[in-house]
Structure formats: structure tokens, C-alpha cells
Design a binder for this molecule. Sequence first.
Ligand code: AMP
Length: 298
Amino acid sequence: MKVLRTIAELRQELSLMRQAIRSNASVVGLVPTMGYLHQGHASLMQAARQQSDIVVLSIFVNPIQFGPNEDFDSYPRDEARDVETARSQGVDIVFIPSVKEMYPQATQTTVSVSQLTERLCGASRPGHFDGVTTVVSKLFNIVQPQRAFFGMKDAQQVAVIQQMVNDLNMPVEIVPCPIVREEDGLALSSRNVYLSAEQRTQALVLSEALRAAQEAADTSVAINAADIRRILREQIASSPLAVIDYAEIQAFPSLEPLADQEEVQGRDDLLIALAVKFGKTRLIDNIRLQKSEVLSRV
Ligand code: AMP
């Protein structure tokens, strides 16, 4: 496994690896991350390993997707451990560029997806998705992958990136991967390390609220969007440390919000999504309302 830090080295190595495979049809799979890797990231690497000839993992804490009062400086980092995780997952190249390598001068170009980014995380984190789509575009141009693997943990990000790829005719297939959870249901996140013991216990309310909403949707004779929102809010209110940013139900991938009276039954295109703050730590989680989906564990 190669650990590379410059764009030039990465391009050269990829070209050599492609030649060694001696096939025009070789598939490069890209897994973009911000590092501090966990089993959620590992599941993306596994999917990439299965569906690609060459697997590139990028680790880059992208400053332009953080707001001025967000956690860019304190974002957890552990490069040595990440490199070992990548090695154990059979990654071929780990790309770890510096901020200077990715943004050598003040950038004048932004890739921006409009409507999809106005809601949910986009509403509470202005500019966040512009930072994401810009850096992902740069990574696509640098690595030129045929496939790119993203977690449904960030469902809005999947919708936004798929829209960008469609709109700009980018020749890459976006592969969404299921959410990986702790044994007790908490969705894995690099930010979980910020939680105090008490916050960690109360953070279970996210997956519990999603499960309660899913169960209500599965078992009720008639249930509408307002009922789902009420169930989510009631469940989350049972955790005194939890402060709701949003608790929403919408179509996926359009992210079109459901009107209060809209019925939920019979729809298989719905996404229930939560963002909840515990102190300064903002956690997100979601579930697709599909008959087949059950919250999966590690
Ligand atoms: P991050 O390093 O947090 O930017 O995440 C990098 C990629 O890993 C994104 O596509 C995330 O959606 C994905 N990811 C993060 N946490 C999980 C999880 N618990 N399960 C599945 N994918 C995840």
C-alpha cells in the first residue's frame, strides 16, 4: 500500500498501477474521508475493494466545508492508526494531501448545488455543501475514479453529490453504502469521541427515535408526516441533554419535504432524518422508510 501526499505522485502511481493491470476497463474506486477512521469507513473500503481493481482512500480534513465556529481545528486526527486501518482493508493508495497541496492559492472556483443544499444540514451549516461539492469535484479530477463510495449516514451528501454528478456529466458512479452502527444503535461517527459519558448514553435517542418512527409507519393503519415529526420530537425530548436541530421526513433523493397531512404508508421513497446537538457536538442519523430496511448493527 502506498501513502502519497502530492497530486503529482498520486497521478503517477495510478498511471503505473493502471498499466500493470493492462486493461482499459480497470476500475478505480475512491473512498473520500476526513480520517479518524472507524467501522463505517471500513465498510466503504470493503465495498470499494469488492467493486474496484484499484482502491484509493483519501484522508483530508477539508477546511472549506467547516463554518467559522465549527470544529475544523479540533476535528480528531490519527494518521498512523488510519494508515493501519487502510492497510488492513486492502486499500492500494492512501492519499493524504496537506491543505496547501489542495488549496495552493486562494480559490476562485466553487462547485455549488442549489436547491438540495438549502434544507436540513444545509440550512444550519451555510456553505458546508459548497465546500463538500468543491473538494469532491477536485478529488474526482485528481483520482479520476470510475466509482466513488459514500455512506448513507450522510444521506443529504449522497443526494447532493449524485445531483452534481448528473448535472455536470461526471463519469463516475456513486455507490451509496449502508449506515454502520454501534452495538447499541448509535451511528458510528468520528465526532462521537467528543461526547461525554452522559451525552453518549443520551445520544442513543437518535436511533431510538428513528426506530420508533419506523415502527409507527410499519404498524399504523393511517399515519401522516406530522405524526412522524411528533413521534421523533417526543422521543428526543426524553433526553434532557438533546437539542433538536431538525427532525424531518422527506422524499429521497429529492429531499422534497412532506406536508403535515401527507400519508406515509405505501411510499417507499421516504427518508427520516435527524440532527441533534449534545453540547457542542452535532450528531446526525437517518433511516429510509422502506419495508425491507431494519437498523443494521456492526
Ligand atoms: P467523514 O470522514 O465523516 O467525512 O466520512 C467519510 C465517509 O464515510 C462519508 O461518505 C460518510 O457518509 C461515511 N460514513 C461515516 N460514518 C459512517 C457510518 N456510520 N456508516 C457508513 N458510512 C459512514
